[in-house]
Design a binder for this molecule. Sequence first.
Ligand SMILES: Nc1ncnc2c1ncn2[C@@H]1O[C@H](COP(=O)(O)OP(=O)(O)OP(=O)(O)O)[C@@H](O)[C@H]1O
Ligand SMILES: [Mg+2]
Length: 226
Amino acid sequence: MMKLSNIKKAYGAGSLTVPVLRGLDLEIGDGEFVAIMGPSGSGKSTLMNIIGFLDKQTEGVYSLNGEDVKAANENKLARLRNEHIGFVFQQFFLLPRLNAQKNVETPLIYSGASKKERAERARSLLEKVGLGDRMGHLPSELSGGQKQRVAIARALINHPSVILADEPTGALDSKTGAQIMELLTELNREGKTVIIVTHEEEIAAYADRVIVLRDGLIVEDRMVTA
Ligand SMILES: Nc1ncnc2c1ncn2[C@@H]1O[C@H](COP(=O)(O)OP(=O)(O)OP(=O)(O)O)[C@@H](O)[C@H]1O
Ligand SMILES: [Mg+2]
């Protein structure tokens, strides 16, 4: 479970400091499916980056499973990230010269897993996301939805408890986006905490809870009724 208390984030220094998150409080329990919405520039990605240990808050306390994360140094943050978080982004961020299987394997390269173990895990995850027949394809040989499936398989490779997806359907047509949301829903049913950012109500409707940010604060926090 994650708890954020009075989280502030500002960019820049001195008189040029720009506040982005302005004292935000948020608790997300294990196994929740949360959609974060709000206007462009309201701080959604900034919040996701803090939740995912890609960035640190300027003020406030973020604790994960009761442990205050603020004290963690870069190594510790990297470890927390590797152990707990799988990231999915709008632009997929696949490596263009690696095939699907190798892309999924990349987070394991420094893990100590053998080549065979890496390959087996990548292949089973690609099968899970419905790409069993595309393992050898390069990203350029895959559709947008298939690329996002590869990215989701890659996000799963370290068995994260939390999937953070920043506009995972933003680059996809609505039918393909719906398929990606079905996949994220399935992962949530299997017990993963899923947190997405989206601008679209139809996408947010897949979540159980919607949080709306405005100017760096939560202005709405509601359960989605089926
Ligand atoms: N590294 C940075 N340095 C300076 N300012 C930043 C940085 N990252 C974000 N910002 C600023 O913080 C504010 C919030 O950005 P953020 O990316 O969190 O917004 P967002 O809600 O995700 O918007 P969008 O819907 O457009 O993705 C913006 O005004 C942005 O310009
Ligand atoms: Mg953003």
